[in-house]
Structures are given as structure tokens and as C-alpha cells.
Design a protein around this ligand. Structure first.
Ligand SMILES: Cc1cc2nc3c(=O)[nH]c(=O)nc-3n(C[C@H](O)[C@H](O)[C@H](O)COP(=O)(O)O)c2cc1C
Length: 355
């Protein structure tokens, strides 16, 4: 049985969502009997399925599906399913058999990551103040445009990045996601090195350091300090930063993903560029779950304290920083894996058909 055009359209919209290292950690299943589309997180590489990075992505997929349904006139009822195994959202689509109005130029398909240099022009406060996306469930948006606050965030990114470059698991997740040659890129997942905006020789250096032992050796000579400075520099120069903050529960993390996506679509629609930074969120998650690089607890606590004051956090964590600014160049766009690898017929429905 083939999947209806409406479900295909919603799945394509969902698939356009961002994900850590372009890992696309989501799965959808279509249950025609109950007119339901189920969305859950999965692990394709790097981050495990229940990791907040995956939940943020799944929240973004949900937001895309909601926006696509609204734009194409499809009725849709969404429910967050917190306790049923790994299912995070259930969408009821009573008129799934109706041919949708397919809008491939909807702003959600134009949203993208830009890791290149931005112009130094300021981002008008009126644009930030005018953003409609402000809250979603337990998640809220924090606007950061005062220079001293931007510098404080950049210092946190540098600290977190230094620790990340010395953490073997993070190193292995990142390097497993890198795609250097056209065949690997054509599979559609992972980080095509062409999207990273690397300087000449950058890809060769990444390849050389993919082996953890080599990286650990380079770290003895301070490689992690240099790489962390390089990572934090664009944030320090950013005309403005946005933070998505929320409690660290599963529901609030999914909400953070929905809010991030809504903000990102809106920002890109104004012509502004966006680059997300997850390194601090990962550090805070490791601090909370006791999985920090040994010896880095005091530094991680300090990052948490600085952010707590700078962003006036209220029992929340930072789920994402977004560097924003006016683009100078068009970035290379990332790809997506084929639809048939992410959408399937619901297994209980299939069993019914076969039995
Ligand atoms: C949870 C999450 C974490 C991410 N972390 C970073 C990051 O630290 N640095 C970065 O440049 N991009 C980051 N990204 C952006 C992804 O790499 C990007 O969304 C993915 O490669 C797909 O590209 P696209 O956004 O252009 O569609 C992150 C995205 C998500 C959803």
C-alpha cells in the first residue's frame, strides 16, 4: 500500500528540519486505519535517541509538520505522547486522502544553517523585538544584543568547546558524521564538509584528526585551546544571539525544538542568517547527567552560573544558542536521506494486512 500524497507532503516538510550533525534522528509511521502519523526519535549515528539533541530535532520536525498542514489546508490534531515507548507525537489527519496544496516554497523549506562570516552591520532591535515566536509550552526565547552579554556567551562557548574537544565521545560522534567524498555525501545524512565553510586545508586537517589518539596527542600541545577559540570567535563577533531556554524535561525539550524551529524559520524569512551552537547545551546536559570529562566539573558549573545570571534563567537550561546576522555569502546546503528510509506503514497495521 502506498502512502497518500498528503502524508508524503507532511513527511517531506518534517524531513526539512535541522538536526545535530545532520543526523536526522527521526522516524515516522503512518497508520491509515486510525488516520494517524506517529513521530519518534531514533539514533542514526552520533547522539543516542533519547538525547536532548534528538528531542530538539523531533520537536522541529513536529513544528514543520504543523506549519505545512496549516499552509495546505489539512486538518491536523497533534498530541505529545510522553509515556508510550519512544513515540513523541501523534498527528491525527482525518482528511489524509485529500490531495494537499503542496507549497514547496513555504519558508520552512528555505530555513538553513549558515556557518560563514556575517556582515558586521547591527541587527535592528526592532526585528528581534518583533519576532512572533516567543514561547512554546515550557520553552522561551531570550534575545541577547548587549555587547557585554554577547561576550559572556562567547566565553561560555569557548569554555564548553575546550571541554568538548577533549571529550572522546563527542569527538567520535562528530567525526562519525563527517562526509568527505561525493559518494558519502550522496547518502544524504551527516555533515558534508562543504557545508562547514572551512579554510583551505581544513578538511584535510579534520580527516587527519579523526583518530582519537591523534587528537589526544595534539591536545597535549594545546590543540583544544586553538579549536575552541576558532569556534567561539564568530559568536563573539555576532551582532546578536538568541537563546532557546526551557527546563530539561523531555516535554520541555521537545517544546524547545518547536520554538527553535519557529524562530529560525521566521529569522531566515527576514533575510537574516542563522548558525546554531549546541556545545554549551551539551556541556550543561553532561553536567546534569554526571557524564562530564573528569576534572572539568568546576568549569562547567561556572558556565552554568554565568548563563544563569546573564540569561536570568529560572530553573531552565539553555537548549540552543543561535548566532544571527546579515549574510555575506550563500552557504552550501545540506542534504536529506530518502523519504522511504524515514516513513513506513505502521507495523501493527501491516501485521493486520498480512495476517
Ligand atoms: C540539536 C542541534 C544541534 C546543532 N548544533 C550545531 C552546532 O553546534 N554548530 C553548527 O554549526 N550547527 C549545528 N546544528 C545545525 C545542523 O548541523 C544542521 O541543522 C544540519 O546540518 C542540517 O542543515 P540545515 O540546518 O542547513 O538544514 C545543530 C542543529 C541541531 C538541531
Amino acid at each position: 500500500m502506498s502512502i497518500p500524497a498528503s502524508i508524503e507532503f507532511l513527511a517531506k516538510a518534517g524531513r526539512a528540519a535541522p538536526s545535530a550533525d545532520n543526523s536526522q534522528p527521526w522516524r515516522m509511521s503512518w497508520d491509515p486505519q486510525n488516520a494517524r502519523l506517529l513521530l519518534s526519535s531514533t539514533s542514526r549515528s552520533s547522539f543516542p535517541a533519547g538525547h536532548p539533541a534528538c528531542l530538539i530535532s523531533v520537536g522541529s520536525v513536529a513544528e514543520n509538520i504543523i506549519q505545512a498542514a496549516a499552509s495546505s489546508g489539512l486538518d491536523l490534531n497533534m498530541r505529545q505522547v510522553a509515556k508510550l515507548g519512544n513515540v513523541h507525537y501523534e498527528f491525527r489527519i482525518p482528511q489524509a486522502d485529500r490531495a494537499p496544496t503542496v507549497l514547496s516554497d513555504h519558508p520552512l523549506f528555505l530555513r538553513h544553517t549558515n556557518r560563514l562570516r556575517f556582515a558586521s552591520n547591527p541587527v535592528e532591535e526592532s526585528i528581534l523585538a518583533g519576532l512572533n515566536a516567543d514561547r512554546q509550552g515550557g520553552a522561551r526565547l531570550v534575545r541577547i544584543h548587549r555587547r557585554e552579554e554577547i561576550v559572556a556567551v562567547a566565553d561560555c562557548v569557548r569554555e564548553a568547546s575546550e571541554i568538548r574537544f577533549q571529550t572522546r565521545e563527542n569527538h567520535e560522534w562528530f567525526h562519525a558524521s563527517l562526509r568527505f567524498d561525493p559518494v558519502a555525501v550522496a547518502r544524504g545524512d551527516g555533515l558534508d564538509v562543504a557545508t562547514l565553510g572551512l579554510p583551505p586545508g581544513g578538511a584535510a586537517m579534520l580527516r587527519a584528526l579523526s583518530n582519537w589518539r591523534r587528537m589526544a596527542f595534539a591536545n597535549r600541545f594545546g590543540a583544544y585551546v586553538v579549536f575552541a577559540r576558532v569556534e567561539a570567535a564568530p559568536i563573539a563577533r555576532a551582532p546578536a544571539i538568541l537563546a532557546i531556554v526551557a527546563p530539561s524535561t523531555r516535554e520541555a525539550t521537545l517544546d524547545a525544538g518547536r520554538l527553535m524551529q519557529r524562530v529560525w524559520i521566521e529569522i531566515n524569512s527576514t533575510g537574516l542568517a542563522v548558525q546554531p551552537f549546541y556545545v554549551v547545551s551539551e556541556l550543561l546536559h553532561r553536567l546534569e547527567t554526571g557524564r562530564l570529562l573528569s576534572g572539568s566539573e568546576a568549569r562547567a558549573q561556572n558556565v552554568r552560573n554565568v548563563l544563569s545570571t546573564t540569561l536570568a534563567l529560572r530553573g531552565e537550561t539553555v537548549h540552543m544558542f543561535l548566532r544571527i546576522g546579515w549574510p555575506i555569502c550563500e552557504p552550501h546546503r545540506s542534504r536529506r536521506i530518502p523519504l522511504e528510509e524515514i516513513v513506513s506503514l505502521d507495523s501493527s497495521y501491516q501485521k493486520g494486512m498480512n495476517g
